[in-house]
Design a protein around this ligand. Sequence first.
Ligand SMILES: *Cc1c(COP(=O)(O)O)cnc(C)c1O
Length: 415
Amino acid sequence: MNNSPPEHVPLTQFAIQDNCLQIGGIPLTRLLQRIGTTPFYAYDRHKITQRIGLLREHLPTEIHLHYAMKANPMPAVVQHLAGLVDGIDVASVGEMKIALDTTLPPGRISFAGPGKKGHELSCAIAAGVVLNMESEQEMELIAQYGECLGITPKVAIRINPNFELKSSGMKMGGGPKPFGVDAERVPNMLMRLHALGLDFLGFHIFGGSQNLNAEAIQEAHTKAFQLGLQLAEHALSPVQLINIGGGFGVPYFPGDQALNLPIIGENLRHLVPEVKRQLPHAQIVIELGRYMVAEAGIYVCRVLERKLSREHIFLITDGGLHHHLAASGNFGQVIRKNYPVVIGNKVYGTETETETETVSIVGPLCTPLDVLVEHMQMTKASVGDLVVVLQSGAYGLTASPTSFLNHPIPIEVLV
Ligand SMILES: *Cc1c(COP(=O)(O)O)cnc(C)c1O
């Protein structure tokens, strides 16, 4: 019997040369010289390109791929992705501005999220982006603003499905939810939508985030199409869009396995022809945030001090939860688990010896929550060494409370 604790999957996306992690073909130590200061985030554009290639390879060609920008809204990252994907999903006017600065036509940009304010709706209608409506009240407001502006708004209905995405890290559909319109209310909403004269495109069905269970995703896709087809019977104009959401996960924690993309693709190859047969005008969209960018990014901070407290070694760094809330375990985790972390300038130890030790890595904030690594076996690090948090390209900097304790905001680079 094997009782050893689970480990992180080997993360091989970044080459290691002379014991130093490389990103974008640049040794980390050289990149640090170029940036001039820690902490920083670095994203590898080639890894992002490769990831979109992988999706294109395994998903049916009819699937349109959209990027959900909230995962990483760095403008350079979004510009790069805009040349690779078919559309962008935004969740605020700030994100919409970044998306409109790309070469994508506004009709390929969709705006989702509850509680959209009047001026946001008005800006989005004027821009010509698709509004994923989250409620009946929002629909009435959209119609009013459209009339004021003299523009017919393009809309889709976000549905709160009558099923849940199983095994999802964060559930965003099924049961009572603030997101979308309960499926059973949609037929009435469609009648009203028609009476209001809105330009109806179709449905948006999104169940949850960070899912590593391919069978659960297959089931969610099957049910989303069933629901979409069922509701399409109530539409008074042809359905032009079925967005079945995203939520593909990446391995972060010990024991996590990479998502089985081929079997998700195979299931879609069975489902898509029937949807196309029943709704010949419908574009089928999958929108992904995390899966497109998470593994392409790293967060880098520096060891300021080695501290021994009652036999336990703490590495105190200049980075922490104010920059990377997710790695600290405070962004959607129930039980805190360690992200994959390496000492980037000596991945395998020093030149002369390979020594490991069990350490905790903490940040400079005066709170016990400011932990990047808890009791993990790592190569022995000294003051000045570089702590690299892998899998940090999504829900990193902009999902963190950067104002907490008012340290400087880290730099982000796309290499
Ligand atoms: C957050 C979000 C996504 C992206 O989720 P990921 O888990 O990052 O793929 C997609 N669609 C909507 C509407 C979202 O709010």
